[in-house]
Design a protein around this ligand. Sequence first.
Ligand SMILES: NC(=O)c1ccc[n+]([C@@H]2O[C@H](COP(=O)([O-])OP(=O)(O)OC[C@H]3O[C@@H](n4cnc5c(N)ncnc54)[C@H](OP(=O)(O)O)[C@@H]3O)[C@@H](O)[C@H]2O)c1
Length: 302
Amino acid sequence: MGENMERPYVLHVITPDRNVSPFDANMAYDAGYNAIVPYTNVVLEEVKTLVQDAIFSRGPRGVWRTGVFISGRDIDLAMEMLAIAKKSMIPPFEVSVFADPSGAFTTSAAMMAMVEAQLKKAHGQDLNGCKVSIFGATGPVGGCTAVIAAKHGAEVELVAHRSVDDVKAKAESYNKHYGTKIGYVDGSSENLKKAILQKTDVALCTATAGIRVIELAQMKDSPTLKIVVDTNAVPPTGAEGVGPMANAEPIAGTNAVGFGALAIGNNKYQIQNLLLKKMLEGQTHVYLDFLSAFEVARKHLD
Ligand SMILES: NC(=O)c1ccc[n+]([C@@H]2O[C@H](COP(=O)([O-])OP(=O)(O)OC[C@H]3O[C@@H](n4cnc5c(N)ncnc54)[C@H](OP(=O)(O)O)[C@@H]3O)[C@@H](O)[C@H]2O)c1
């Protein structure tokens, strides 16, 4: 035990990108890691060697104080890296691994947990059977959100802003990987967006920062719309009428409430902190992806 007391908590950060995200580095130090070691420009084939190099040097008890964090921008690549890392463990030399590319896993988990809590509180229902339309769905946040919602019974559609082929390819890829039935719809004109908003329960804006995607006139008087979430904090916000601080705030002229980027961000921060602490606390290892992040997020809001 004495031997273990003085050992620092080390987090090996593996990324296919040129840089490790300073946001993630800060988060890891704040959660209790003593050292963050970056590995950049990493390709899939290097993951096994890096992980096995990290697990053997500190003994079976030292592995409790060693973790691997996988980042980057591509959610499929991060999930593949996580799977390889998991397969590379040689018991009892096993360390915890947490993937959160682009912060998308924790952002989407935090967002969907807030949506689910609001559905329960205000409408006595959960995600099951709920219609969820995702605007800006081709990015990492939109993709993870779609899979979480679909895995929990929602009827999910990815909304195309340019070409239906883009969202069709994404939907087919997610459905193949995750056994979901995510659909897609054309939202390339203002009228098409209005038609979608008049029929959906939950609208999520996960588009590139600084782009106004949906407007009040399109949401107005929708008989179904219950919740609008906007993850973009950069003006103009993605959904008109949903301010960055909105936390279940009524949206003028609609029956819906809005959740803004800073309210989501605050919950995301807490979820990432909880997941990093989960890696540090146990005398065992955990593997964390966006689906396990969602489980942690919904418990946190319970
Ligand atoms: N609140 C938080 O805590 C938090 C955390 C992380 C991220 N974010 C924010 O969440 C959003 C999503 O993040 P991300 O990394 O997934 O974003 P991203 O990859 O930058 O953008 C997502 C998608 O938006 C699409 N898009 C571009 N213009 C559009 C338009 N006019 N209408 C609809 N979609 C459009 C793009 O599709 P095409 O490439 O096909 O054009 C892109 O794939 C960003 O605004 C980001 O800043 C917030």
